[in-house]
Design a protein around this ligand. Structure first.
Ligand code: NDP
Length: 253
C-alpha cells in the first residue's frame, strides 16, 4: 500500500536526533525520500542510513551550505515537496544578562535560518506550483516564561514568518504551517534535568505540569508533521498546531 507521503522529497533540518530524527523516520515510513540536513555528521549519517535517506552535512546558519544542500537535493531527486525547518536550540537568559552575541546566535538559528531555507526552496516549489513548508516553533511562540530570553522572541517571529509566507504563496499552491510543541522528551529536556541535584524529581515536576501527567514524545510531533506534509491537509495554511497535552489551556490559580 502506498504511504501517506509516497515518493515525496522532504528536507528535514537538524534531523540527527530528537524531534527532527523522529520526523525523518516517520516520513520515511510513509514512503518519503528524506534529506537529512544536519550539521552533526555522525548523527546525521546514522539517521539517513536508518531511513534509507540521504545525509547532506549542513549548518543551516551558513547560507552557502544551505544553497549547496538544496542544489544537491535537486540534482539527486529533481524536486522538493516538503521542507521541515526543525533545527533549533534553546538560548535562555534574563534579558539584561544576555551577552550581545547570544542574541545573534539565537536569531540566526531559530529564525533567520528558517527564512534562508524557505528562500532556497521557494523557486522550485513555485515552479511546481506545489509544496509544504513546516516550521517547528514552540509554545514559547505564544507565551513567555521568564529567563528564557531571546528564544521566545525568535519563536514568535517564526510563527510570523509562517503566516507571512503562507499568505504570500497560497494562490501558487504552497502551504506554510508551523507546529508548536510543548515539553518534549529529547536531549534538550534531559540535559536540562541533569543540571538539577535530583534530575528524576525535576522530570516528575515537568510531567505534573501537564494535564495527561506526562510530557510529549518526539514521535507525537512527527505524527502531526506527517499530516501537514501529506495531501490530507490541503486547506490548512498559515496555521500553527499546538502539541502540549493541553497545558496551554490549563487555568493556573
Ligand atoms: P535537539 O537538540 O535534540 O536536536 C536539535 C538538532 O538540530 C541536533 O541534531 C543538532 O545538531 C541540530 N542542529 C543544531 N544547530 C544546527 C545547525 N546550525 N545546523 C544544522 N543542524 C543543527 O532538539 P529538539 O529535537 O528538542 O528540538 C528540535 C526543534 O524543536 C527545535 O527547533 C526546538 O526549538 C523545537 N522545540 C523543542 C521542544 C522540546 O521540548 N524538545 C519544545 C518546543 C520546541 P547537534 O547534534 O550538532 O547539536
Amino acid at each position: 500500500m502506498a504511504g501517506r507521503l509516497q515518493d515525496k522529497v522532504a528536507i528535514v533540518t537538524g534531523a540527527g536526533r530528537g524531534i527532527g530524527a523522529a520526523i525523518a523516520r516517520s516520513f520515511a515510513a510513509e514512503g518519503a525520500k528524506v534529506v537529512v540536513a544536519e550539521r552533526n555528521s555522525e548523527t546525521g549519517a546514522a539517521v539517513a542510513a536508518g531511513t534509507g535517506g540521504v545525509f547532506v552535512e549542513t549548518d543551516v546558519t551558513e547560507q552557502d551550505q544551505v544553497e549547496a544542500m538544496v542544489r544537491t537535493t535537486l540534482e539527486r531527486f529533481g524536486r522538493i515537496d516538503v521542507l521541515v525547518n526543525n533545527a533549533g536550540a534553546n538560548v535562555f537568559y534574563r534579558p539584561h544578562e544576555m551577552p550581545r552575541s547570544e542574541w545573534a546566535r539565537c536569531m540566526s538559528l531559530d529564525l533567520e535560518a528558517c527564512w534562508a531555507l524557505s528562500e532556497a526552496v521557494l523557486p522550485n516549489m513555485r515552479q511546481q506550483a506545489a509544496g509544504a513548508i513546516i516550521n517547528i516553533a514552540s509554545t514559547h511562540g505564544f507565551k513567555i516564561i521568564p529567563q528564557t530570553f531571546p528564544y521566545p522572541v525568535a519563536k514568535h517571529g517564526l510563527i510570523g514568518l509562517t503566516r507571512a509566507l503562507g499568505i504570500e504563496y497560497a494562490a501558487e499552491g504552497l502551504r506554510v504551517n508551523a507546529i508548536a510543541p510543548g515539553y518534549i522528551d529529547t536531549e534538550i529536556a534531559r540535559d536540562y534535568w541533569a543540571g538539577f541535584d535530583d534530575p528524576d524529581a525535576e522530570r516528575r515536576r515537568a510531567e505534573a505540569l501537564h494535564p495527561p501527567r506526562r510530557i510529549g514524545r518526539p514521535e507525537e510531533v512527527a505524527m502531526t508533521a506527517v499530516f501537514l506534509a501529506s495531501d490530507e491537509a490541503p486547506f490548512i495554511n498559515a496555521e500553527t498546531i499546538m502539541i502540549d497535552g493541553g497545558r496551554s489551556a490549563l487555568f493556573h490559580d
